[in-house]
Design a protein around this ligand. Structure first.
Ligand SMILES: Cc1ncc(COP(=O)(O)O)c(C=O)c1O
Length: 458
């Protein structure tokens, strides 16, 4: 594909002049302009200069069914013609149909869907529901605290950011919302509790129960976790961990919020991450893969038991008093339904499991001293890169150089940039769930090429 160079030059210059990019220090754009992507098909994206890449990040953990799915485009266009907007303080068929599908594919017990526009909003909603639920169900108590994990990410809005356990993302805005407490993540590779034990002892889950007891259970509204920490460095819950959290929540009357914004819709090899451990949360948050990123949408899905706590006479004021103008936008819901039809028809979580295992194996077979650990589930994979036997993390600058070299070799990879100080050393892969083994080979080869270019072979 040929780029119109006049148009492209203008685009680059105008980008520099007018856009304020997420996360980026704009000074770095003097040396390295952003990737300007023009189009995509399947797992491939093409930039404005005509160079193709395998998108090893599915945009941003989103484009689960791949780029260029006409069914989704058609569903959105049809809906836009029929009814471009109506708020969910009343109702419309696209939202009803999508809620029906969602509650049929999420684990049994999750029955009610509150729609919003993003993962941050889905989490924000979950946190507010949990606080109000605590007040209305545990009368006379003061349940407002939320326990979350270091390294976890839950969004950019002030509540979701307060749950986020990544100081680099938080520090410019602190103090954040009161009542958020953090505990150690279940990071077997660097575990503060049981790294030297032959197997995980789940001591980090016990720490959560101890925290609940020290804080006073009657002050704790919710525990929030990702089934697999995604952007914070791909940290998989050890077996038994989520079950233990479920028990702690049940024992002390606390709500379990599972943030499936990344892990939902097939990414980890099953439709939802929590299904690997047969744990059903009280509240699940989803976004990203719900529409495969074709349009923005998020949702907070709860049990009927949670929903019932908000029923009463109008004068009691126990309903959930939150409105989102665009939440559950009919076009987004129609696009989501078309997206889920593809996901279910093609059973894409199965490909994520098979090709994910294959890609993980290919990466584990790379013999390079920087590869400390390759871990993940399905097509959510992290490579923790270290300089030596002592697990000294590869520095941020080297990680950036590596990602750039891999990109030059034709593959876009992610990394846990701006998470935990000193530990921004996890390269992340989360490609579309339609990835073929051939594409997985090309990803592994590009990573090997990048490692050799930046770190040499020894
Ligand atoms: C686990 C998790 N929760 C919430 C969010 C926030 O989603 P959004 O960026 O759509 O607001 C993200 C974003 O990456 C996420 O990974």
């Amino acid at each position: 594909m040929k780029a119109d160079s006049t148009g492209v030059d203008h685009l680059f210059a105008s980008d520099r002049r007018h856009l304020w990019h997420s996360l980026l220090q704009h000074r770095t754009l003097d040396r390295k302009p952003p990737l300007v992507i023009r189009e995509g098909k399947g797992c491939i994206v093409v930039d404005e200069m005509g160079k193709s890449y395998i998108d090893g990040m599915a945009g941003l953990f989103c484009v689960n069914v791949g780029y260029g799915r006409d069914e989704i485009v058609q569903a959105a266009a049809d809906q836009m013609r029929r009814l471009p907007f109506y708020p969910l303080s009343q109702s419309h068929a696209p939202a009803v149909r999508l809620a029906e599908t969602l509650t049929s594919i999420t684990p049994p017990g999750l029955e009610r869907v509150y729609f919003c526009n993003s993962g941050s909003e889905a989490v924000e909603t979950a946190l507010k529901l949990a606080r109000q639920y605590g007040r209305q169900v545990h009368r006379g108590e003061n349940r407002y605290k939320v326990i979350a994990r270091y390294r976890g990410y839950h969004g950019f809005t002030l509540g979701a950011l307060s749950a986020t356990g990544q100081i680099s993302r938080r520090k410019a805005f602190e103090p954040l919302v009161p009542g958020f407490l953090h505990v150690d993540p279940p990071d077997r590779y660097r575990c503060l509790h049981c790294q030297t034990a032959p197997a995980c002892t789940l001591a980090c889950a016990d720490e959560i129960e101890a925290k609940v007891q020290f804080e006073g259970p009657q002050t704790v509204a919710a525990i929030i976790t990702e089934p697999v920490i995604g952007g914070g460095g791909v940290i998989v819950s050890p077996d038994g961990y989520l079950q233990r959290l479920r028990e702690v929540c049940d024992r002390w009357g606390i709500l379990l919020i599972l943030d499936e914004v990344i892990t939902g819709f097939g990414r980890t090899g099953l439709p939802f991450g929590c299904q690997h451990w047969d744990v059903v949360p009280d509240i699940m948050t989803v976004a990203k893969g719900i529409t495969s990123g074709y349009v923005p949408l998020g949702a907070t899905i709860t049990t009927q038991e949670v929903f019932n706590a908000f029923l009463g006479d109008v004068e009691e004021g126990v309903h959930f008093s939150q409105v989102s103008t665009f939440g559950g936008h009919p076009v987004a819901c129609a696009a989501a339904s078309a997206n889920l039809e593809i996901l279910l028809r093609e059973r894409l979580w199965e490909n994520a499991a098979t090709v994910g295992d294959y890609l993980t194996g290919r990466l584990q077979a790379i013999r390079h001293p920087w590869i400390g650990e390759v871990r993940g589930k399905g097509l959510l994979i992290g490579l923790e890169l270290v300089r030596d036997q002592n697990k000294t993390p590869v520095a941020d600058k080297e990680m950036a150089a590596l990602a750039a070299a891999i990109r030059d070799a034709g593959v876009i990879v992610g990394r846990n940039v701006e998470t935990v100080p000193g530990l921004c050393n996890v390269m992340i892969l989360a490609p579309p769930l339609i990835l073929s083994k051939d594409e997985a080979d090309r990803i592994a080869e590009a990573i090997e090429t990048g490692l050799t270019a930046v770190a040499g072979t020894a």
